[in-house]
Design a protein around this ligand. Structure first.
Ligand code: ZN
Length: 250
């Protein structure tokens, strides 16, 4: 990195030294008018700034890449890939980030990594370590969904078991059982869970009616409200946020 910085400074100096030459050439072409000289300087300034930005971009990209390499190097010798948990035996392995399926190295089970983008009616079960998005015009009925992230923007009458985040972006009733790592109810959303929900973390920015079990932190923001029987390890209710019903902490 130091070498890179040194190079950049050297390159900058070189360009600065060149500047009067460029100015001379350019001004000859435009009969040495003062206006043209000024605008040429502006142009040079801009170039300098662009180079600075390019350099910063390069630096931050390199930093992210280094971080990723460190994160995964202990598993795969430095390849950048994604974590996959086997549905059958819970074994964790890593596969290339663009893969659409994988095979568990421990038990041999096939694991889908496909993402689903649901627009119409959907009624066949989903089991993937990819993400599921139920769009406004999507309707998911009477099935079980196993996935990583689930985002609900449409009709969702199914149960869900998600290894990461369930985000609810639309008001309505959710009749299925929901289990996830993190549950997020977005602003202005009013939702009713007809079956108990279990999550590690819960973030409520809208209005929720239902029974929740939260093994980590439950947060209710200033515009959020929660009505139901709640069990949580930690509770954080912002001023203005509301919690009605029974609350068991610990
Ligand atoms: Zn397995």
């Amino acid at each position: 990195m130091q070498e890179l910085v040194a190079k950049n400074v050297a390159a900058k100096k070189e360009r600065l030294n060149e500047a009067p030459v460029i100015e001379e050439e350019d001004t000859k072409e435009v009969n040495e008018s003062e206006e043209a000289v000024a605008s040429d300087y502006k142009h040079l300034d801009l170039k300098e700034r662009e180079t600075d930005r390019d350099f910063r971009d390069e630096e931050s990209t390199r930093y992210i890449a280094d971080k990723d390499a460190n994160k995964y190097s202990k598993y795969t010798g430095g390849e950048k890939d994604r974590e996959v948990v086997c549905y059958e035996c819970d074994n964790v392995h890593y596969t290339l980030s663009g893969a659409t399926s994988s095979q568990c190295p421990s038990c041999g089970a096939y694991i889908s990594l496909k993402d689903y983008d649901i627009v119409g009616l959907w009624n066949s079960s989903i089991r993937t370590r990819g993400d599921v998005l139920v769009q406004k015009k999507g309707s998911v009925r009477n099935i079980s969904v196993f996935c990583n992230d689930l985002t609900i923007e449409g009709d969702f009458q199914a149960s869900a078991d998600c290894s990461n985040v369930v985000t609810v972006r639309v008001s309505g009733k959710l009749p299925g059982q929901i289990k996830c790592k993190r549950l997020v109810i977005e602003k202005k959303v009013e939702v009713e869970f007809e079956r108990p929900v279990s999550a590690e973390f819960v973030q409520i920015d809208g209005v929720v009616k239902g029974d929740l079990t939260c093994s980590g932190q439950l947060s209710v923001s200033s515009k959020g409200a929660l009505i139901g029987d709640i069990k949580a390890k930690f509770v954080n209710i912002q001023p203005g946020g509301d919690l009605t019903g029974s609350l068991e902490i610990g």
